[in-house]
Ligand binder design. Structure first.
Ligand code: NAP
Length: 366
C-alpha cells in the first residue's frame, strides 16, 4: 500500500516533534508537508528544529530537508495537496484559541481534513472529540459536520486534553462493563512538557509544585462528558454524569501525567478483583481493527504499592498504554487508584495518529 502523504502543522513544537518522530516509520502515513509559525517559515526542518529537538529518536533525512511553510497560509497546504504531498494535516499549533479555530476551519473548508490536538474545536458541537478506545462511534458526526457546513471532503476531528486519557480509559472500561459512576475527584500531577516549549520557567518548577494550570481543571472536568456523550441530529450532546472535581498541579517531571482518582459508583459496586479483571481484559476499536499505533493492551495494571511512576511506566507499549495501580477502597467514595499516561504520546501525537488510523479504517481519509 502506498503511504498517505500527511502534513504536520506546528511541526517544530513539543507535540509536532513527537508527530515527526512517530510518523518516521509509520506503515500508513508519511510526513511530506511541515508548517509552523512565520518565524520558522522558509527554514529547512533540520535547521528550524536544531537546538530544540527534545526526543531521543530522530527523523528520517528527507523530513529534515522539508522546507517549513507558514501554517497560517492555507494556500501552501493546498498547493502541497495538489502536488500529492498533503492528503490531510495533523494540527499541533499553539496560538490563540480563536485564531486556531478559524485556521482549522479554513483548512477543512479548503478540503483538507484536520486531525487536531488543539483545544479550539473540542466544544464545537459537530466536531468529534475522540479517544479511539472509548467513542469511535462519534466519527459518525463527520457526515453531519460536512452537511452543516457544505463541505464534501474536509472535516475536523480533535482529541481531548492530555490530562484525561490516563483515567478515562479505565473509567470507561467500568462503564462498558455495566457499572455507573456518579462522582469522581481527580488530582492530576502534570509534566512540564504539557506546557509546550519552552513552557514553564525552570525557576518556577524545579524543587516545586505549582497547584494551578490555567484552564486545565475546566477541561479535565468537562471534556469527559462530551466523550461520553450521545450523537444527535446536529452533533454530539454531552453526557450529564459523572460529576467530576479536578485539582490540576504542575510537577517537575519531564513527561508523563499522573492522576489520583477517587470514584463513587451508583447502584452496584464492583469488587477490587472485578475491576482488575475488567481492566486487564479491556479492548476497544483500535485493538479490534488492529490499528498500527494501538497498544496491544490499553490498560496495564501494576501490583506494586509504589507504581505507576512517570519514569518507569510512561513508555508502556511505546507510550500508548495507560498504567494503573494503587487500586484500593476509598474512605469517602468507593474506590481509588492512580493512573499514568505519556502526555506527548498517548495524550497528544500518538493519540492523534491513532485517531487518524481510526478515521482511515472507517473510510474518512480515503
Ligand atoms: P509548542 O511546543 O509551544 O509548539 C507550538 C507550535 O505552534 C510550534 O510549531 C510553533 O511554531 C507553532 N506556532 C506558534 N505560534 C504560531 C503562529 N502564530 N502561527 C503558526 N504557528 C504557530 O506547543 P505544544 O506543546 O507542542 O502544543 C501544541 C498543541 O497541542 C497545543 O494546542 C496544545 O494545547 C496541544 N497539546 C499539547 C500537549 C502536550 O503535552 N504538550 C498535549 C495535548 C495537546 P514555531 O516553532 O515556529 O514558533
Amino acid at each position: 500500500m502506498a503511504k498517505i502523504p500527511v502534513g504536520v502543522l506546528g511541526a517544530t513544537g513539543m507535540v509536532g516533534q513527537q508527530y515527526i518522530a512517530l510518523l518516521s516509520d509509520h506503515p500508513w502515513f508519511e510526513t511530506r508537508y511541515v508548517a509552523a509559525s512565520p518565524r520558522s517559515a522558509g527554514k529547512k526542518y533540520a535547521c528550524a528544529s536544531a537546538g530544540r529537538w527534545h526526543l531521543p529518536q530522530t527523523y528520517s533525512p528527507p523530513v529534515g530537508e522539508l522546507v517549513l511553510e507558514d501554517a497560517n497560509d492555507v494556500s501552501k497546504a493546498l498547493d502541497a495537496a495538489k502536488r500529492g504531498d498533503c492528503a490531510f494535516v495533523f494540527s499541533a499549533l499553539e496560538m490563540g484559541k480563536e485564531e486556531t479555530a478559524r485556521l482549522e476551519l479554513a483548512y477543512a473548508a479548503a478540503g483538507i481534513p484536520v486531525v487536531s490536538n488543539a483545544s479550539a474545536h473540542r466544544w464545537t458541537e459537530d466536531v468529534p472529540m475522540l479517544i479511539a478506545e472509548i467513542n469511535p462511534q462519534h466519527t459518525d458526526v463527520i457526515p453531519i459536520q460536512r452537511k452543516n457546513r457544505g463541505w464534501d471532503k474536509g472535516f475536523i476531528a480533535v482529541k481531548p486534553n492530555c490530562s484525561i486519557q490516563s483515567y478515562m480509559i479505565p473509567l470507561y472500561a467500568l462503564l462498558k462493563a455495566g457499572y455507573t459512576i456518579d462522582r469522581i475527584i481527580v488530582s492530576t500531577l502534570q509534566a512540564v512538557s504539557g506546557a509546550g516549549y519552552p513552557g514553564v520557567p525552570s525557576l518556577n518548577v524545579i524543587d516545586n509544585v505549582v497547584p494551578y494550570i490555567g484552564g486545565e481543571e475546566e477541561k479535565t472536568e468537562r471534556e469527559p462528558l462530551k466523550i461520553l456523550g450521545a450523537l444527535r441530529d446536529r452533533g454530539i450532546e454531552a453526557a450529564s454524569a459523572p460529576r467530576i472535581s479536578a485539582h490540576c498541579n504542575r510537577v517537575p517531571v519531564i513527561n508523563g501525567h499522573t492522576a489520583c482518582v477517587s470514584m463513587e459508583f451508583g447502584g452496584k459496586k464492583p469488587s477490587i478483583e472485578e475491576i482488575k479483571h475488567i481492566w486487564a481484559s479491556f479492548t476497544g476499536a483500535p485493538q479490534e481493527l488492529d490499528l498500527p499505533t494501538a497498544p496491544r493492551r490499553p490498560i496495564h495494571i501494576r501490583g506494586e504499592e509504589d507504581r505507576p511512576q512517570p519514569r518507569k511506566d510512561r513508555d508502556a507499549d511505546k507510550g500508548m498504554a495507560v498504567t494503573v495501580g494503587r487500586l484500593r477502597p476509598c474512605q469517602v467514595f468507593d474506590i481509588r487508584f492512580a493512573a499514568l499516561s505519556h502526555n506527548t504520546i498517548r495524550g497528544a501525537a500518538g493519540g492523534g495518529i491513532l485517531n487518524a488510523e481510526l478515521l482511515k479504517a472507517k473510510g474518512f481519509l480515503d
